[in-house]
Design a protein around this ligand. Structure first.
Ligand SMILES: Nc1ncnc2c1ncn2[C@@H]1O[C@H](COP(=O)(O)OP(=O)(O)O)[C@@H](O)[C@H]1O
Ligand SMILES: [Mg+2]
Length: 242
């Protein structure tokens, strides 16, 4: 039975999709069978990030509406995790119950299911959380993002997901030292969330992923995702930056 994790933030552009892609690849590399589900209806991005935009034929909306089978919607990616692409537009059949039924189609075949949430706390956010049993909140170390992350976690708790853990993304030691950004303790204090990991500002994320290329294994981001994957697996991995 898969661990079903929604990756959310409230705010857009903080790295939810990058974290979903990077973490899915790291979990797959650690030997797990991973399904990553792009829940950003109309604004999908994981097909590009995972180098699978040519492969995509169907999306999860096609499964819900009966246009294709659960198997046919699975899109293989070059870097290991299997992808379910997001539909191009919203349809009224996309309900929380439909998402739960969709997840049930796959949960025995995968060890992890990662739901990449859209921005906001509206309908798309709720759909992305409908089948999840825990959450990762992604926040960049600035006041607005941190507050939105805390709000997203509160909304998830109201939906019955009480376990939310925090990834601080785009962390930049130099900017923190100059007090332009919040430090790690500030972020944890403001969100009251358990820290799962820190991903540094790393040009490998923006450069490679936007071109559908894998993160170089020695990049700081790839190493951070490997540590986060190990923590999700229950291993004790010290928090450290490269
Ligand atoms: N750790 C990082 N270092 C550098 N750039 C990053 C990092 N995380 C995300 N980005 C960049 O930030 C932008 C938004 O990321 P994305 O994952 O699409 O955010 P979201 O899904 O939250 O909207 C992208 O251009 C991405 O490459
Ligand atoms: Mg996104």
């Amino acid at each position: 039975m898969a661990k079903k994790i929604v990756v959310a933030s409230g705010k857009g552009g903080v790295g939810k999709s990058s974290v979903s892609a990077g973490l899915s690849c790291a979990l797959q590399r650690a030997g797990h069978n991973v399904l990553v589900i792009d829940c950003d209806i109309g604004l999908r991005s994981l097909d590009i990030m995972l180098g699978a935009s040519e492969e995509m034929l169907f999306n999860w909306g096609d499964v819900i509406t009966g246009r294709c089978s659960a198997d046919n919607a699975l899109t293989p990616t070059a870097y290991g995790p299997t992808l379910l692409c997001a539909p191009k537009e919203f349809e009224h059949e996309y309900t929380a119950e439909a998402m739960q039924k969709l997840a049930a189609e796959y949960e025995d075949r995968f060890e992890y299911m990662i739901f990449d949430s859209p921005a906001g706390v509206g309908m798309g956010f709720k759909l992305s959380a409908a089948a999840a049993d825990s959450a990762i909140i992604v926040a960049t170390p600035d006041e607005v993002c941190v507050r939105n992350g805390a709000i997203a976690a509160d909304n998830l708790a109201a939906l019955g997901i009480s376990q939310s853990r925090l990834i601080i993304n785009r962390f930049d030691v130099k900017a923190t030292v100059k007090r332009r950004l919040l430090n790690i303790d500030d972020v944890i204090d403001s969100t009251h969330l358990r820290l799962l990991g820190i991903v540094e500002q790393d040009s490998a994320v923006s450069f490679n992923m936007s071109r559908g290329k894998p993160l170089p294994p020695k990049s700081n981001a790839a190493k951070a995702f490997a540590r986060i994957a190990a923590r999700l697996d229950g291993k004790r991995v010290p928090l450290k930056l490269d």
